[in-house]
Write a protein that binds this ligand. Structure first.
Ligand code: ADP
Length: 244
C-alpha cells in the first residue's frame, strides 16, 4: 500500500542528556486521523519525545512520517514536511491582528517564489483556519487582547494555514476555563478529521472526553497503550499515574 501522508512511525527512539536517558527505546505508531493523547507523570519523557520528533532533541532510532525518515533533518526541514507543534505558552504576535498572524504564518518558511505561486490560495486557507478555530468574528482584534483560550486557538490556526498534517500540541488546555476546554476538544476533533493530532495532556477529564487513543509514558518508556478505557483499566497505569 502507498505510504499514508499522515502516518507517524517511531522505532526504538532514544534521547540521552549527559548520560541520563530521557526517552528509552520508544516505539509509537500514530495512524492518520488519530487524536492521540500522550500522558504520564512529570519527567516521563513526553516533551522530549515530541522534541525528538520535531528535531529539537538529538535522538537515535527512527522517526518516519509519511515514509520519510525525520531523524538527522534540521528543524525547519521537518516542519516543511508538514509537522507542526505548539508549546505550553502560546507564541503569537500580540501587537498584530488575528488575520495578520495567520497571514504571516501562511508565508512562514516559504521562498518568495513559492509565496507568489501560492498567493491566490492563501486567503482560502486563512478563511478556513478562521472558521475551524472559531476566530472569524475576531479576525481584526489584536492577538494580545484575545482571551487565553482564543490565543491558543490562534496558534493552532497558524499551523493549519501552513498545511501542517501532523500537529503536536503541548498541554493545549492548560489554564483554560471549562467552556474553553470543551471548545478546544471539539476543535481538535474537527482538525483530526483530516489531519493527525498528538496531544500531551495532564487533565484526565479532558482526556476522557476527547481522546481517540492514549499512550502512557513512564520513565522514558511506553507503559501502556490503547483506548481511554483500556489504559485506565491497566493496573500498571493505575499504579504509576492515576494513583498519584
Ligand atoms: P515530561 O514532558 O513527561 O514531563 P520531559 O520530557 O520534560 O518529561 O523530561 C524527561 C526527563 O528528561 C526529565 O527527567 C527531565 O529532567 C530530563 N530532561 C529534559 N530535557 C533535558 C535537557 N535539555 N537536559 C537534561 N535533562 C533533560
Amino acid at each position: 500500500p502507498p505510504a499514508d501522508p499522515a502516518a507517524l512511525a517511531v522505532r526504538d527512539l532514544r534521547v540521552t542528556f549527559d548520560g541520563f536517558t530521557a526517552v528509552d527505546g520508544v516505539d509509537l505508531d500514530v495512524a492518520p486521523g488519530d487524536l492521540r493523547f500522550l500522558i504520564g507523570p512529570n519527567g516521563a519523557g513526553k516533551t522530549t519525545l515530541v522534541d525528538a520528533v520535531t528535531g529539537l532533541a538529538p535522538a537515535t532510532g527512527s522517526v518516519r512520517f509519511a515514509g520519510r525518515e525525520l531523524l538527522g533533518r534540521p528543524v525547519h526541514r521537518i516542519a516543511r514536511l508538514g509537522i507542526g507543534r505548539t508549546f505550553q505558552t502560546a507564541t503569537v504576535f500580540e501587537q498584530l491582528t488575528v488575520l495578520q498572524n495567520l497571514d504571516i504564518a501562511a508565508g512562514a518558511g516559504r521562498s518568495v517564489t513559492t509565496l507568489l505561486r501560492r498567493r491566490r490560495h492563501l486567503p482560502e486557507a486563512v478563511a478556513a483556519a478562521l472558521e475551524t478555530t472559531a476566530l472569524t468574528a475576531h479576525r481584526d482584534r489584536l492577538a494580545g487582547t484575545l482571551a487565553h483560550g482564543r490565543k491558543q486557538w490562534l496558534e493552532i490556526g497558524m499551523l493549519l494555514v501552513q498545511d501542517v498534517r501532523l500537529l503536536l500540541l503541548d498541554e493545549p488546555v492548560a489554564g483554560m476555563s471549562h467552556p474553553e476546554r470543551e471548545a478546544t476538544g471539539e476543535l481538535l476533533h474537527r482538525i483530526a478529521a483530516d489531519r493527525t493530532v498528538v496531544v500531551i495532556e495532564h487533565d484526565m477529564d479532558f482526556l476522557r472526553s476527547f481522546a481517540r487513543s492514549v499512550t502512557v509514558l513512564h520513565a522514558g518508556r511506553v507503559l501502556s497503550e490503547g483506548t481511554v478505557e483500556q489504559v485506565r483499566a491497566d493496573p500498571r497505569v493505575q499504579e504509576v499515574y492515576l494513583g498519584e
